[in-house]
Write a protein that binds this ligand. Sequence first.
Ligand SMILES: Cc1cc2nc3c(=O)[nH]c(=O)nc-3n(C[C@H](O)[C@H](O)[C@H](O)COP(=O)(O)OP(=O)(O)OC[C@H]3O[C@@H](n4cnc5c(N)ncnc54)[C@H](O)[C@@H]3O)c2cc1C
Length: 260
Amino acid sequence: MEVKLISKSFEPDLTAAAAAVGCYSAKDPYSLLKKMDSKRAGEVLKVVMESGHHSVVEHAVFTFSVKGVSRALTHQLVRHRVASYSQQSQRYVRIEEPDVVVPPSIERDKKKKEMFMNLMKNIWELYKGLTNSKVPVEDARYILPNATRTNITITMNARSLLNFFSIRCCVRAQWEIRELAYKMLEIVKKEAPLIFKNAGASCEMLGYCPEGEKSCGRYPTLEELKKKAKSSTTSGGSINEGDASVFPVRSASCCTDGSI
Ligand SMILES: Cc1cc2nc3c(=O)[nH]c(=O)nc-3n(C[C@H](O)[C@H](O)[C@H](O)COP(=O)(O)OP(=O)(O)OC[C@H]3O[C@@H](n4cnc5c(N)ncnc54)[C@H](O)[C@@H]3O)c2cc1C
């Protein structure tokens, strides 16, 4: 798998921060952007990200080139609707030789790999036979496996990327799309370190695991946190004021004053 950044919007961190400030300023977004620096953007985006007002990071857009992933991966990928995709066509591109992704569980076992590759060779022989005997490529492709390699262009905004990472960096995600998510995360963390500061699996962003019984155990589940909070309340304890300090006063007021 090869993942490359093709393009990104201008200064993603600063643009998103200026957009946020613009909601509360008499000044125009362009003037605010010209004055924005990393320090101020860091302060602004901390509040924005913690308060969940993530629409401002939609102004940051990234386009990736993804090479050599399986069709099994792209089938999962395109379920992420808040994105744009352009995928190599199996109608117009004839795949001459077996070109497949071999899952590690098969790759590491010599016998299983041999059986897998033999099947791939047989599939491709039939594919070539069909296409050589006037069966349209678009029909012959019906016999191609999920393992078939493909290339795809992905464009996603930062908000959608955060959602993508939260779901697909989780250990519950399938290994190949997880690998893609981590490669994309590594790229955007360099390009927009403020927006993606806490990006990753949902547990890393939330501080708890939303997967319930299916949790890997790395973080407490929401149920566990609720039980803990309940027992501390019933035993006379109270929620530590310090816990609420992660929600800055400015974000609290913007939720109640109806300004956005
Ligand atoms: C471990 C795992 C297992 C999965 N198993 C299955 C499975 O067995 N079968 C299956 O079909 N899928 C499965 N999925 C795919 C999953 O259900 C989602 O379709 C996929 O992850 C895309 O997520 P999304 O909808 O949040 O993303 P996007 O489509 O990019 O949407 C982003 C966000 O926009 C909002 N949104 C988008 N569209 C709508 C809408 N129509 N209405 C309201 N809000 C909307 C939602 O808040 C959503 O989270 C699995 C995913 C994972 C990670």
